[in-house]
Design a protein around this ligand. Structure first.
Ligand SMILES: [Cu+2]
Length: 655
């Protein structure tokens, strides 16, 4: 059984088990005399069924613990004690009730047991991972107070007892909500902790002096004025504009210029110095330019509230970076992006190798959804490109959407030549395979055009297909559902068995790990920006309160990313690529796979290596941008780097 299915089954059993015990408690009725045979049968059956489900939940928790403590921590540490105590109370209560003795207390025990089991079930959402002692304690007190209130009701203790228990419960609830709200107002945790070297008040002054002299602002981590390379300049103006889609619909889009949904393609050559002037005409929320997958200096990274302020209407910002890494990238706003990117504030960035492109045709096609249509490149609906038979084509595909996408090439074998802007060595040609791209990810597909051409398809839309074919042909006439095409496993793709080409060799080149980080992804109720939210969490916290992954320049960082939730999380790390070591304990065996966006499905565990070679404060977040807006953002922060920008000032919204 998959870990995701186990998580679901375990939670369902815990909830249903508690539900049956509570039902048994309510069925014990209000009469003070011994129940009739039918009532006794019902209560016995409910309690037995509830107990069976609790056993299923407990076994599930232990199997999950075997898959990784991240999946089961709170279920074992908090849930199991609640369940055992609840069962003990409930069993005593039922046995008394069946014999008709100590009636009010018997029923109180059955109901109280049910409350404890319910607390165990909700611990998954309220206590989470890592298990929080305070939340566990509050749950326990709530169970006791609820049981006390029940006892006061059943024994007709009078108003004072009732009001006492109800009042304490209300205080507890208010305290829990208040504590959660207070955590939301606590100081942000965006910079690396400077706790290193502190060993007492006597050295505080010295440490402060040392760190102030050695600290660097993100504003100083810009591309130097004297950077080498011929300048290749672009101007982008962010503005609202109406776009007429091929479907005939007009959508109100936000864009970086032109009359299409997508912004202009920025195509540069390796070695050039790229300068992009951004102006904001009328995007009231403000905009920025983030170079997704291109590892620019930190000050050029374009994250509002972390590396710069949002560019408001009438304002400008110039990004500069040396294009020294050929590959396929994209750019988009990193200010209120969950709305801005969806509405069209994105485009492609292609860095061509200085030696030129080996293929005869080079296409860069982002895939996006707007106004209910799927736009491939600048076109929704079918489109075609001409190429002669025998021509080679490099198709650079970017998923600029929020959900994973599967793509395939129909009519010819193809090779995955690059992923996330990094070439893959010696991948074989494959046929009848699909490539899965998480939100934000890119792949370069290379193929040779046959006499009747090829068709490029995505599982986002059967209508928005791209045909590449000789002039006389209309493309291959093969009906195929992308979702039916088996998925190519990129962890086992490409030459990895040679001495030099393997993941192990790539890892050995990096040297031993000197730092580590663990990201446990989940969904829990939290305050986000002052509003109660069913939030997306990392290690039980939401932005900006998630402890950063703190590193020093030169560190080799082992990252473990775990998804305990039921949503896919395409985790994107800025300024760096990560080498995939293993997924669910299975080592990567293909060509070394360097990603900037790791699509972590429910129940998955990814082990990654990152080289800290680009100082700064870097966002590390989910690229399902609605998840990012609901808390799932944190930083990879270099010691000694500070930011003068504030995540909640100047209209900044870093997501
Ligand atoms: Cu997510």
């Amino acid at each position: 059984m998959t870990t995701a299915a186990l998580l679901l089954l375990q939670s369902a059993a815990a909830i249903a088990g508690a539900g049956l015990w509570l039902a048994a408690g309510f069925t014990t009725g209000s009469s003070t005399t011994r129940a009739d045979r039918r009532e006794r049968l019902i209560v016995t059956a409910l309690a037995a069924g509830g107990t069976l489900l609790l056993v299923v939940a407990a076994v599930g928790a232990f199997i999950l613990a075997g898959r990784g403590w991240w999946f089961a921590g709170e279920k074992v540490v908090a849930g199991l004690p609640f369940q055992v105590a609840g069962f003990a109370a409930g069993a005593v209560g039922v046995s008394w009730w069946l014999r008709g003795i100590r009636m009010p207390l018997a029923r109180t025990l059955v109901l109280g047991g049910g409350y404890a089991m319910a607390a165990a079930a909700v611990a998954t959402w309220l206590v989470g991972y890592p298990p929080q002692p305070v939340a566990t304690l509050l749950l326990g007190v709530a169970v006791l107070l609820g049981t006390g209130l029940t006892w006061a009701l059943l024994t007709h203790r009078g108003r004072r007892a009732l009001a006492g228990f109800a009042g304490l419960l209300a205080v507890l609830l208010a305290g829990g909500v208040g504590w959660s709200w207070l955590s939301d107002t606590a100081a942000p945790r965006i910079e690396a902790s400077t706790a290193h070297g502190h060993d007492g008040p006597a050295t505080d002054a010295a440490t402060a002096t040392a760190s102030s002299t050695s600290s660097t602002s993100v504003s100083d981590l810009r591309t130097p004025a004297e950077a080498p390379g011929d300048v290749h300049r672009f101007e982008l103006t962010a503005a609202r504009h109406d776009v007429e889609l091929a479907s005939g619909d007009t959508v109100e889009a936000w864009g970086f210029g032109g009359d299409t949904v997508v912004g202009p393609e920025l195509r540069v050559t390796e070695g050039e110095l790229v300068e992009v002037d951004l102006a904001n005409r009328d995007i009231d929320d403000g905009v920025t330019l983030h170079w997704h997958g291109y590892d620019v200096p930190n000050g050029e990274d374009g994250v509002a509230g972390v590396t710069q302020d949002a560019v408001l209407p009438g304002e400008r910002f110039t990004s500069r970076f040396v294009a020294d890494t050929p590959g396929t990238y994209w750019y988009h706003t990193h200010q209120a992006a969950s709305e801005g990117v969806r509405r069209g504030l994105y485009g492609m960035l292609v860095v061509e190798p200085a030696a030129g492109i080996a293929e005869s045709l080079d296409l860069a096609l982002p895939v996006h959804r707007i106004g209910g249509e799927v736009v491939v490149g600048a076109t929704d609906g079918p489109q075609s490109f001409e190429a002669a038979e025998g021509d080679t084509v490099r198709l650079r595909v970017a998923n600029t959407e929020q959900a994973p996408m599967r793509v395939t090439v129909v009519g010819a074998p193809f090779r995955v030549a690059a992923v996330d802007g990094r070439e893959l060595s010696a991948g074989d040609e494959v046929e009848h395979r699909s490539v899965r791209l998480g939100a934000g990810a890119r792949a370069d597909l290379v193929f040779t055009v046959p006499d009747d051409g090829v068709r490029f398809e995505t599982d986002f839309s059967a209508a928005s297909v791209v045909v590449v074919a000789p002039p006389a042909s209309e493309g291959p006439d093969l009906a195929r559902e992308v979702s039916d095409v088996p998925e190519l496993d990129l962890l086992a793709y490409g030459a990895g068995n040679g001495d030099d080409g393997s993941v192990d060799a790539a890892l050995a080149d990096l040297g031993p790990f000197t730092a580590e980080g663990e990201l446990v992804l989940d969904r829990m109720p939290r305050f986000v920006g002052g509003a109660p939210t069913y939030a997306y969490t990392v290690n039980g916290q939401v932005f900006p309160h998630i402890d950063p992954i703190g590193v020093r320049e030169g560190d080799v960082v082992k990252l473990t990313v775990v998804n305990r939730g039921f949503d896919v999380h395409p985790m994107h790390v800025h300024g760096h690529h990560v080498l995939v070591l293993a997924r669910d304990g299975v080592p990567a065996t293909g060509a070394p796979l360097w990603l900037d966006t790791v699509d972590v499905r429910p129940g998955e565990v990814w082990e990654l290596a990152l080289v800290a070679d680009n100082p700064g404060i870097w966002m590390d977040h989910c690229h399902d941008l609605s998840h990012a807006a609901a808390g799932m953002m944190m930083t990879l922060a270099y010691e000694g780097v500070t930011t003068p920008f504030e995540h909640d000032a100047h209209g900044n919204r870093p997501e």
